[in-house]
Ligand binder design. Structure first.
Ligand code: SF4
Length: 698
């Protein structure tokens, strides 16, 4: 009888962009267990995170009272997860006192130094409504476009290439379309770990006869199911992809009709890839010419070929170039605009698509309306009754540099953890500590909150209602299942209270009022009503008018660019910013583990997930272990020019010899202390997938 729920609430998984629907089973305001529900993206399936990653919400580390930093307490020292130590650094306060201090100080900085002395980070973990209100607060309350979130760290380069090439940053086809493809290309992605339910659709498609081609320097589990696996050398994506295009061009495998009627710029692309013969590129990318030719022919000549990619493509200084090549491949072969084809950058967080759509990015208002477009700006100025800054704001890493230069003096961070997730995290931590005033809104004392002046205790995913947009452009309803603990409040309430302290007379009641305002300012979701979401649980956009069914597959006739045509953008080889040398002879690749999510603040406090992967590990090739005299399970020190961490070595031959893989979720071995903050010039994404390191035993 103990485990019989007294309530069931249908909602969505809080972790990855697949957007699995689930049901929370609750007793006495506690989640007992979670079951998969028949949602359009998961058809009842869940992965280990969705099924077991829920009891973080009940963890004793939850913040339950507003906290104010004690007078004179320095923003240094090592972060601790020990909740008893929290009150050594912070004192508890009433909401009134905390909000007055948090909002009052930010308002004073704005009034003294101007709005551009402030910045805000929202979160891809929050709802669309939270993202929308947060960016509106920064733009109209702070008076700046310095607002960003973790999309900058995952697919900013993909989005910049997609907007430039095909006019839309979202996917062209849903994941489930793999079951309609003849050829599936997965590059720089590890769906079994990062999008596990999506990986099951890919395996099902293979079983039904699709040919899977995996291109990746790291051999993922999906490679076991692949028709061909190409383990190209790290950092050589453009060489490999240009060589594939060279084959398609020289062997006459292009779709001339598609190129002529639906694209521009093909001549430049054709001229550019002439230099990149498979024979010339083979020694660079480590794949023999005949295999490159085979895979290029396979992709170009199938009835339907689909490309899916992840951070292995995007997190490079040439991330935009990598994505430009993938777009060009699809365009030159006409493998887009039909079911079972297209381009799918697998979105990471459960709402990174929606948060970006809602304008939580420095250069775009909601619905990707550029802030420097006077017509778009005027429309939002009329809707919001405010004057907007016409200049694009700073991005995540640029904001840290601007703090260094004294330009940014105050920040409001909601649900992001840059002290763990930013590259060169020692620098990011020093920058956050140097702020005159930092307000952090979160559910735990994260490594970022540890550096705050005021901490506002917020609500966990199952404690609020809102919409979330998955990687397939499905807008789905997450429903409140339990109440927040203690004095913790819902994020929408906190954002509004902060807005009030900054002089904005906001008074939204139900979350549906915010969604309603969004759909009246964002044409792409104009046809999605709250009632429809409550009834159906999920609606795909574009959905311009009420009654539209929505479009799971887009670009069937035109591309949303000037003239309706897509554009080829050629790319050349640009090396990684920091190459191995005699002092730092190895390559560091960072990423995620199946059981842990991003900076680990939720999953490391989920009992089952923490039990499976409790300690920080580095995956080291057995040959590297042998040459360095390291035993499996032994502690090792990894150092780059920016910092060092100590963690346990795990023998793993999925990475090539000389490349070490480390997950970024472990606060006690925060690997981003080592990563390089060099940026892709277009997407402004840092190079998480490549920097030089050395490893020593102990
Ligand atoms: Fe959640 Fe993603 Fe796993 Fe689905 S695949 S249960 S959305 S983490």
């Amino acid at each position: 009888a103990l485990n019989i729920p007294d309530k069931q609430v249908d909602s969505v998984c809080p972790y990855c962009g697949v957007g699995c629907q689930l049901t929370y089973n609750i007793k006495d305001n506690k989640i007992l267990f979670v079951e998969g529900r028949n949602g359009p993206a998961n058809l009842g399936r869940l992965c280990v995170k969705g099924r077991y990653g829920f009891d973080y919400a009940h963890h004793p580390h939850r913040l339950t009272k507003p906290l104010i930093r004690r007078e004179g307490m320095p923003k240094t020292g090592d972060f601790t997860m020990d909740p008893d130590r929290v009150l050594e650094v912070f004192r508890e306060a009433s909401w009134e006192e905390a909000l007055a201090l948090a909002g009052g100080k930010l308002a004073r900085i704005r009034d003294t130094h101007g709005g551009n002395a402030l910045a805000g980070f929202g979160s891809a973990k929050g709802s669309n409504e939270e993202a929308y209100l947060f960016q509106k607060l920064v733009r109209t309350g702070f008076g700046t476009n310095n607002v960003d979130h973790c999309t900058r760290l995952c697919h900013a380069s993909s989005v910049s290439a997609l907007l430039e090439g095909i006019g839309s940053g979202a996917v062209s086809n849903p994941v489930m379309d793999v079951t309609r493809a003849e050829v599936i290309v997965i590059i720089g992605a590890n769906p079994t770990v990062n999008h596990p339910v999506a990986a099951t659709w890919i395996k099902n498609a293979v079983k039904l006869g699709a040919k899977l081609v995996v291109l990746d320097p790291r051999r993922s589990e999906l490679a076991r199911h692949a028709h061909r696996y190409l383990q190209f050398k790290p950092d050589t994506d453009v060489a490999l992809l240009n060589a594939m295009m060279h084959v398609i061009v020289t062997e006459g495998l292009v779709d001339a009709g598609f190129i002529a009627s639906r694209t521009i710029g093909y001549e430049q692309l054709e001229a550019n890839v002439a230099e990149y013969s498979p024979e010339a590129m083979a020694p660079i990318c480590g794949i023999d010419a005949e295999t490159i030719r085979y895979v290029a022919r396979l992709y170009a000549t199938s009835k339907g070929s689909m490309i899916l990619w992840g951070m292995g493509v995007s997190q490079h200084v040439h991330g935009t170039d990598n994505a430009r090549c993938l777009i060009a491949l699809a365009l030159m072969t006409g493998q887009i605009g039909r079911p079972g084809t297209g381009l799918h950058p697998l979105r990471g967080q459960n709402n990174v698509q929606g948060a970006s759509d809602a304008g939580l990015i420095p250069m775009m208002l909601p619905d990707y309306q550029r802030v420097d477009n006077p017509v778009a700006r005027a429309r939002f100025e009329a809707a919001w009754g405010a004057t907007l800054d016409p200049n694009p704001g700073l991005t995540v890493v640029e904001i840290m540099d601007a703090i260094d230069h004294g330009q940014i003096k105050g920040m409001y961070i909601m649900g992001e953890n840059p002290a763990m997730s930013d590259p060169d995290a020692n620098h990011a931590r020093a920058a956050l500590a140097a702020l005159e005033h930092l307000v952090v809104q979160d559910i735990f004392l994260t490594e970022t909150a540890y550096l705050a002046d005021v901490i506002l205790p917020a609500s966990a995913f199952p404690e609020k209602t809102g919409t979330f947009t998955n990687t397939d452009r499905l807008v789905q309803l997450g429903r409140q299942a339990i109440d927040p603990p203690g004095d913790a409040k819902q994020d929408l309430w906190i954002i509004q209270q902060m807005a009030n302290r900054l002089g904005l007379p906001w008074n939204y009641g139900h979350v549906s009022e915010v969604f309603d305002e969004m759909r009246h300012t964002m044409a792409s979701i104009g046809g999605i009503t709250w009632e429809r979401l409550e009834r159906n649980g999920a609606v795909v956009y574009p959905c311009m008018n009420e009654g539209d069914v929505g479009q799971p597959v887009v670009f069937t006739e035109i591309f949303p660019r000037e003239g309706g045509k897509a554009r080829f953008v050629p790319a050349d080889i640009i090396p990684a910013d920091e190459r191995p040398d005699a002092e730092y002879p190895l390559v560091l690749i960072t990423g995620r583990q199946l059981e842990h999510w991003h900076t680990g603040s939720m999953t490391r406090r989920a009992t089952v997930l923490d039990a499976i992967e409790p300690d920080p590990v580095a995956l080291v090739h057995p040959l590297d272990m042998e040459s360095m005299g390291i035993q499996p399970g032994q502690p090792i020190t990894i150092a780059s020019r920016r910092g060092e961490v100590v963690l346990y070595a795990r023998a793993d031959d999925s990475s090539p010899v000389g490349a070490i893989f480390v997950p970024f979720c472990y606060y006690e071995a925060a690997i981003n202390r080592l990563t390089n903050a060099a940026l892709d010039p277009f997407g402004k994404i840092p190079e998480f997938k490549y920097c030089a390191i050395k490893v020593t035993p102990g």
